[in-house]
Design a protein. Structure first.
Length: 212
């Protein structure tokens, strides 16, 4: 039997062990429930939207939007570049595309539109080119890690944005371009919107003087 002096020590040790166990359990739970780009990509690959009922489709799209919105901006970029997006958008209706795009717009989107609209055309082109360069680099890095995810390694993959859309965004300004675009076009420029948002948050979008 424990003495009166030993009992408090034992109780304290048990309490410390319980606290550590709860802390470890909370950490493990948070780690396992944290949304990552890889989990979003896995979801894109595992779910076949074309085989779902209307109710299940709506839920799948809501779940995907929540997962994408929960990603840090770096991982959001990686998830956006996965080729599985084209498979999903191919079977989505125009209303579904519109609702999904609206639900996953980057935070501060309207402010970014206004800031971009105020830039001179030459500066808009420079910002777009810088953003697309970063996206190509990210896509190529993804292709090295998982060639099936980005459609192929290096420069053999498709452009992250067509030249036609790049020109329209630069000439019209993002606000005008976005207001005139279809849901499909908005989906195509979604990775660019995320990248421009990164530029705004870093202050690069607000510096109107081009670099030499």
């Amino acid at each position: 039997m424990l003495s009166q002096r030993q009992k408090p020590v034992l109780y304290a040790a048990l309490w410390v062990a319980l606290v550590w166990l709860l802390a470890w359990g909370g950490y493990a739970l948070a780690r396992n429930s944290r949304v990552t780009a890889e989990r979003v990509r896995a979801y894109l690959r595992e779910v076949d939207l074309s085989k779902l009922s209307p109710e299940a489709r709506a839920k799948a799209l809501r779940d995907l939007a929540k997962k994408l919105n929960a990603l840090p901006i770096e991982e959001r970029r990686v998830a956006r570049l996965d080729r599985e997006w084209s498979r999903w958008f191919a079977v989505m209706t125009e209303p579904e595309k519109g609702e999904f795009i609206d639900a996953t717009l980057p935070t501060g989107f309207k402010q970014m539109l206004g800031s971009f609209e105020e830039l001179p055309e030459a500066r808009r082109r420079k910002v777009i080119d810088d953003a697309l360069k970063r996206l190509r680099e990210a896509r190529d890095q993804l292709a090295e890690q998982d060639p099936a995810a980005a459609g192929g390694p290096g420069t053999n993959g498709p452009p992250v944005l067509s030249e036609e859309l790049r020109q329209k965004v630069a000439v019209l300004g993002l606000k005008s371009f976005y207001s005139q675009s279809s849901a499909q076009t908005k989906a195509e420029v979604a990775p660019l919107l995320d990248e421009l948002q990164r530029f705004m948050e870093s202050g690069a979008l607000l510096r109107t003087r081009p670099r030499e």
